[in-house]
Design a protein around this ligand. Structure first.
Ligand SMILES: Cc1cc2nc3c(=O)[nH]c(=O)nc-3n(C[C@H](O)[C@H](O)[C@H](O)COP(=O)(O)O)c2cc1C
Length: 163
């Protein structure tokens, strides 16, 4: 194997495809596609999401300190692509797509009801890494489709057709 220098940008793959949903202080719901997302602590359970400050969702998460990570299935490709290419600054994406919403139990933010897993998070801290601000969210509650959960409460990812 002969190795030559590769591009540094996005050189780590695969990237997850999730939707982060949030609500502003006036009650407007929004969501965006996020690939910069990872587990960042096991105890306490925490997830990190990277949001570019120019996103409409950024200010919402910054002001409210909460967000929801929604796991997306192959069937939801269209919704994912729309939310990842249109800004809530110009329209109400939830009304436009007729997105069904459930309420968070621990956080004041919308859950995307048709996603099989919704993870409610409270921001514990953040770090500006460069293009993104990485928000470390403590997991407050996990909503899981009961068909996709094992007897011990673990999520059975073999049953989810991840996008
Ligand atoms: C596959 C994919 C991955 C994306 N990942 C991120 C990401 O990690 N962070 C981010 O800030 N934007 C990401 N985006 C872009 C936002 O989802 C997009 O700019 C969205 O329209 C912002 O919506 P908003 O302005 O309503 O917040 C991604 C888009 C796509 C299609």
């Amino acid at each position: 194997m002969e190795k030559i220098q590769g591009n540094m940008k996005s050189c780590l793959q695969p990237m997850p495809k999730i939707l982060v949903s949030c609500r502003d202080v006036n009650g407007k719901n929004n969501a965006l596609a996020v690939a910069y997302c990872c587990n960042c602590s096991y105890d306490p359970p925490m997830i990190m999401v990277g949001i570019v400050p120019s996103r409409y969702s950024y200010k919402m998460i910054k002001e409210t300190g909460v967000f929801v990570v929604n796991i997306v299935t192959k069937e939801q490709k269209e919704m994912f692509e729309y939310l990842g290419s249109h800004s809530g600054r110009n329209e109400d994406k939830f009304s436009k797509l007729n997105i069904k919403v459930d309420e968070g139990i621990k956080v004041n933010a919308p859950l995307l009801a048709d996603c099989p897993i919704n993870i409610e998070c409270k921001v514990e801290g953040s770090i500006v890494t460069g293009s993104h601000e990485m928000f470390a969210g403590k997991i407050e509650y996990v909503h899981a489709d009961k068909e996709m959960i094992k007897d011990n409460g673990d999520i059975d990812f073999s049953k989810i057709q991840l996008l």
